[in-house]
Design a protein around this ligand. Structure first.
Ligand SMILES: O=P(O)(O)OC[C@H]1O[C@H](O[C@H]2O[C@H](CO)[C@@H](O)[C@H](O)[C@H]2O)[C@H](O)[C@@H](O)[C@@H]1O
Length: 283
């Protein structure tokens, strides 16, 4: 496998990964679950400006229309923010707030906090806002169950100081869980994980196999839930985007490669396979 905990990031899709995608395309029922920021969308300075890679977005819509194929976005963003930036196809399931919010179509219930959690979240927002107000380039993103300190636009030194100050204020608050991401520190009052969300989607939709792709530390809980065992007829496929430790079996460098991967998957899975005029067969 071309992945491995600290493997070098290959350029493009390796032959091994292509072969695994081609095999996965034959799975009778497939769940395609993708992280958003850094996976479907390149990372950008401000969270509101993120947009999916155009080819990846098109391929995902095409995949969502195939029989036996369930698509899902599994994000740390709130559902509202995820909808805004991703503009997902209505058939695509949405998991937000690292698993605390789930939208499976009409009738899905929304996240509610109890009085203690609401009070705690107000306190967390206040503390993080105080930290951000003293750190040039830092700002706070509000979510239904969390507040996030963003440091991407701050200098390295200001970012480290702000994160340390936030940790100092928050790490001993009972009921608050800290999640470190890429130039973000999130404090949430609901302890959820993408791994649990993936288990939930698997139980609800019963796929024979799962493709999961993600770039951040929070995606590791999902990679750990995959069954990539050689004994399975259609082993799950985990794809880490970028460098850093991972439990995923494969690795690609960027959302551009994710777009290639989704196009390849659609080409191999679509009924029009073999049709030379098919747009995705050109690359
Ligand atoms: O699970 P994800 O879909 O990857 O969401 C993780 C976090 O994504 C957003 O922050 C990240 O993307 C921003 C835009 O590219 C970038 O500026 C920031 O530095 C990244 O950490 C989002 O704002 C967070 O709420 C999500 O938890």
């Amino acid at each position: 496998m071309s992945g491995g905990p600290e493997a070098r990031v290959p350029a493009g899709l390796t032959d091994e990964l292509r072969a695994a995608v081609e095999h996965l395309a034959e799975a009778p029922a497939l769940l395609i679950a993708l992280d958003f920021d850094g996976t479907l969308s390149p990372l950008v300075p401000h969270a509101a400006d993120a947009r999916p890679h155009p080819r990846a977005a098109r391929a995902l819509v095409s995949l969502a229309g195939l029989e036996g194929t369930t698509t899902a976005l599994v994000s740390g963003r709130s559902l509202e923010s995820l909808r805004h930036v991703a503009q997902p196809d209505p058939r695509t399931l949405l998991v937000g707030s690292h698993g605390a919010e789930v939208w499976l179509g009409e009738g899905s219930t929304s996240l509610t906090l109890d009085a203690t959690q609401r009070e705690l979240l107000d306190r967390v927002r206040q503390l993080l806002s105080e930290v951000a107000s003293q750190a040039p380039g830092c700002w706070v993103e509000d979510k239904p169950a969390a507040a996030v300190l963003h440091t991407r636009q701050a200098s390295e030194e200001d970012a480290l100081d702000a994160e340390a100050a936030a940790r100092h204020l928050l790490e001993h608050l009972s009921g608050v869980h800290l999640l470190a991401g890429k130039r973000v520190l999130e404090a949430t009052v609901v302890n959820a994980s993408k791994g649990e969300a993936l288990d939930f989607l698997r139980a609800a939709y019963g796929p024979v196999s799962v493709l999961y792709a993600g770039d951040d530390v929070t995606d590791e809980t999902a990679f750990l839930r995959l069954d990539s065992g050689a004994s399975a007829r259609f082993p799950d496929l985990g794809v880490k985007v970028g460098d850093g430790f991972t439990a995923a079996g494969f690795r690609v460098a960027s959302p551009e490669d994710v777009a290639d991967l989704l196009e390849l998957l659609f080409t191999c899975r679509s009924p029009g396979r073999g049709d030379k005029s098919h747009p995705y067969l050109q690359y």
